[in-house]
Design a protein around this ligand. Structure first.
Ligand code: GRF
Length: 190
């Protein structure tokens, strides 16, 4: 069985975590979640992980041994999936999982990516640019924000009436389909 480590962020909602967990349980993904790693003990994402009886480890980014502790928390994992993780991943982790760290971004990369392009900033930029289409991208993680090889994208329209919130909600529906599909694609390519 393939083991997944899921890295979430400090304010994670955990909706992608949930989509991945459900896809593992239904058999859509031939893997299981080995560990959920969070920078905080209290967040919506941690609550969702606990509800699903998934093991949660808290690793604090301010720790002087952060990279080592993060790596240790991922012991036994075959792949690492970032789901709301906001930082550049320490080099030690990238080296330990070559081409085995995935991320999901709420836009069609390479557009609307890079440092500072997260959450609603992305959807605001898409609307301001007058795009007629947005979507999400699952990609391998490199040492630069949002620049690794693209695994797959899903598209959705941007409507003239869209607000940041309505667009974010439409993109999120695509994210929950894209992430499980991309993980399974990568596993099948092994
Ligand atoms: C998602 O929008 C994802 O694209 C981005 O972080 C957000 C995480 O949302 N990388 P959730 O915690 O999975 O609901």
């Amino acid at each position: 069985m393939i083991n997944l480590g899921i890295l979430i962020g400090p304010k994670g909602r955990g909706s992608n975590l949930l989509a991945i967990a459900n896809a593992c349980r239904s058999g859509q993904i031939g893997a299981s979640i080995h560990v959920v790693v969070s920078p905080v003990s209290g967040s919506e994402a941690v609550a969702k992980a606990t509800e699903k009886a998934l093991p949660v480890k808290v690793v604090t980014p301010s720790s002087t041994n952060y990279a080592k502790e993060l790596l240790a928390s991922l012991d036994g994992c075959d792949f690492v999936c970032l789901a709301g993780y906001m930082r550049l991943l320490p080099a030690e982790v990238l080296h330990a999982f070559p081409n085995r760290v995935l991320n999901i971004h709420p836009a069609l990369l390479p557009k609307f990516g890079g440092k500072g392009m997260f959450g609603n900033h992305v959807h605001e930029a898409v609307i301001e640019a007058g795009e007629s289409e947005s979507g999400c991208t699952v990609h391998f993680v490199s040492d630069k924000y949002d620049e690794g090889e693209i695994i797959l994208q899903r598209h959705c329209p941007v409507l003239p009436s869209d607000t940041i919130e309505t667009l974010a909600a439409r993109v999120l529906i695509e994210e929950h389909l894209a992430y499980p599909e991309a993980i399974q694609k990568v596993i099948e390519a092994l």
